[in-house]
Design a binder for this molecule. Structure first.
Ligand code: WT7
Length: 634
């Protein structure tokens, strides 16, 4: 693959090429893949209309690039290491040959069940090899997979299944998560009561728990694959045919089914995987995310396999059987690249350091972080204790919508800087916008993060709702993709992502981003985290309500003093206009399964609307809502 950066001057040289002639740049990269027919145009885009097409006229199948292409040289190499939840169960090494057979067998089963190119299949599976096989089996025959994270509730499943009118659902009897065992099939059965489009359900046996099988609808996958052929021709797909739908978490209301297409997504995830992790043949790569999120789609499955890499699928959690688990797995499989989330780093940093120190982590080469801004303490702990100050940390900024990483250091080329995602990847043009919608020039500026030109991995639309896609991402700054994040540019042009800004509140005619206010509050030693929302105010239009969780309980007197201190610091750092009208101390904040604070619900509570809180079923901790309502600050 072309344009793999090996030093900083090379990065600048390639970046100049990419921005000067993006079509030439991306077509040179695309050439290293297997296409059934070459594209006739590289890029056709109108950012004002949110209309983006890459490699039109090109035909391919992504599974030929993930699997078949590697069989001759790497057939016996491990493609996937499956590390089960329980340490009593042996890890499984799945070669590219075996992967090919399993995928083709399931692909044949799907066809046998009447699935055709373009049909949608919902996949609700835990982190087991069948999850990867099923996704690739869909891609093999041109069915569109819609993976729903296997921690979601029945309501979340049925709303997603119905949004995409899925014809089939693939699930397991149950799943293991740490010490817990969950009956997934029961959850699915409940969901399917409201899903008229689902004709068949395939069930993987994992926990062997007791489940109900509905005659003519439900089938054990293993019964069907037993007699299925290990050959299945790869369907011919247009470059812009959808590969998958993935819903972004409901923190902004109705989930959005982001649609990713085949050719551009393939080129972008493969290229960014290689650059950001500097993966070399034979190395072992581990991303701890769940495949049910975009991180897992792009950087457990597609990106690594497109590079012929060995990728780990980990079924468990960082705390089971104890807090050694991550470090034990790194030592056991001699992991070279390790990619995880700040929240995991923070929780593991709280444990006794002996958990880390008793393991040999010398195989590590690159460390990654993703999902939220990483605070300086977490960054330093990761650097010192896990990377032992010899492994570059790649703080990778991107989104479900972007398909792949957009801003990240390139290890061994870009000098890292704690809490900075640093430079854009090749071909990416970030810009910071002022509130008036002007591009901020130069360095040492702060603004809303937009991307100026299209890249191959961007989602093309929201399933069945192009209007919403346009409104959400292309209307705030016409002609630009708006990320919803704010960022600053340091003196050398490094980016630091500071947080979401789409919860902007207008107070007395002033636009106030809630993220910087929260950052100020969080600087108070005793504060664990906070969330700011707006609520209607008869003079100011809106006023600010702060929900603040503390690291330890304090007296009522101390609470009153803290409220004053918080407002003083906000007044100092942002301005008196940003002071909070109400502050409520809470035990916890309602969060989505991916750890994001559900501001939509807090906004309702702050506005005294307790009756219609919307769908709270996808929350990690629904009890937080009850507690906050009970103690609601008047
Ligand atoms: C939002 C996207 C893409 C992977 C998982 C999340 C935040 C993501 C970083 C980072 C600061 C980050 C942003 C972004 N975010 N990575 N390295 N530094 N913030 O995907 O659920 O679509 O969320 O996560 O706010 O907009 P997602």
């Amino acid at each position: 693959m072309k344009y793999i950066v090996k030093n900083l001057p090379e990065y600048f040289k390639y970046q100049e090429k990419a921005l000067q002639d993006p079509e030439k740049f991306w077509s040179e990269i695309a050439e290293s893949f297997k296409w059934k027919k070459r594209w006739s145009s590289v890029l056709n885009a109108d950012m004002h209309k949110a209309d983006i097409k890459w490699f039109e006229g090109g035909q391919l199948n992504i599974t030929e690039n993930c699997i078949d292409r590697h069989l001759e040289e790497k057939g016996d190499q491990t493609a996937i290491i499956f590390e089960p939840n329980s340490t009593d169960e042996k890890a499984e090494h799945i070669t590219f040959n075996k992967l090919s057979e399993e995928v083709n067998k399931i692909a044949n089963v799907l066809k046998q069940k009447g699935i055709q190119k373009g049909d949608r299949i919902c996949i609700y599976l835990p982190m087991i090899p069948e999850l990867a096989y099923s996704m690739l089996a869909c891609a093999r025959i041109g069915a569109i997979h819609s993976v729903v994270f296997a921690g979601y509730s029945s309501t979340a499943i049925s709303s997603r299944v119905n949004d995409a009118s899925c014809k089939m659902l693939i699930t397991a009897d149950g799943s293991y998560r740490g010490a817990k065992e969950i009956n997934l099939k029961n959850i699915v059965d409940k969901a399917l009561v409201d899903c008229p489009t689902v004709e068949s359900v395939l069930v993987v046996k994992r926990t062997h728990c007791e489940i109900k099988m509905e005659a003519e609808r439900d089938f054990y996958l293993a019964d069907l694959t037993k007699s299925a052929s290990t050959d299945c021709p790869a369907e011919t797909m247009e470059a812009e045919d959808p590969l998958f739908i993935l819903y972004t978490s409901g923190s902004t209301g109705k989930p959005k089914g982001m649609v990713h297409t085949t050719g551009g997504y393939m080129v972008y995830t493969a290229h960014t995987f290689k650059n950001v992790f500097q993966y070399e043949n034979g190395e072992i790569y581990w991303c701890t995310a769940d495949i049910g999120w975009i991180t897992g789609h792009s950087y457990i499955l597609y990106g690594p396999l497109l590079n012929g890499a060995t990728t780990i699928i980990f079924e468990g959690v960082p705390s089971y059987p104890d807090h050694n688990r991550f470090w034990e797995v790194i030592e056991k499989h001699k992991v070279n690249q390790f990619y995880t989330a700040p929240t995991a780093i923070r929780s593991l940093a709280k444990q006794d350091i002996s958990h880390v120190e008793k393991h040999d982590l010398s195989s590590l080469k690159v460390l990654g972080s993703v999902g939220e801004p990483i605070n300086v303490e977490a960054w330093n702990w990761y650097d010192h204790h896990i990377g032992q100050q010899r492994c570059p940390i790649v703080d990778t900024w991107w989104q479900t919508e972007t398909g792949g990483i957009l801003i990240s250091p390139i290890p061994f080329s870009t000098p890292t800087k704690a809490t900075f995602a640093t430079f854009p990847l090749l071909g990416i043009q970030p810009v910071l916008m002022s509130e008036e919608g002007k591009e901020l020039e130069g360095n040492l500026v702060n603004g809303n993060l937009c991307i100026k030109t299209p890249w191959p991995g961007i989602a093309r639309t929201i399933w069945n709702d192009h209007k919403r896609y346009h409104e959400t991402y292309f209307s705030a700054y016409p002609g630009y993709y708006f990320s919803g994040d704010a960022a600053l540019r340091d003196p050398v042009g490094y980016y630091r992502i500071t947080g979401r800004v789409d919860d902007v509140v207008i107070v007395s005619g002033h636009n106030l981003g809630t993220a910087p206010i929260e950052n100020t509050i969080n600087e108070h030693q005793i504060v664990a985290e906070s969330a700011i929302v707006g609520y209607p105010h008869d003079v100011k239009g809106n006023a600010l309500f702060g929900f603040v969780t503390l690291k330890r309980p304090i007296s009522d007197e101390e609470k009153e003093a803290l409220k004053i201190a918080i407002n003083e610091s906000i007044s100092d750092q942002i301005g008196p206009i940003a002071k909070l009208s109400k502050i409520q101390f809470t035990f916890s904040l309602p969060k989505t399964r991916s750890g994001k604070i559900m501001r939509r619900i807090l906004r309702k509570i702050a506005s005294n609307e307790f009756t219609d809180l919307g769908d709270t079923s996808t929350l990690l901790n629904p009890e937080a809502v009850d507690e906050i309502i009970k103690n609601r600050e008047k």
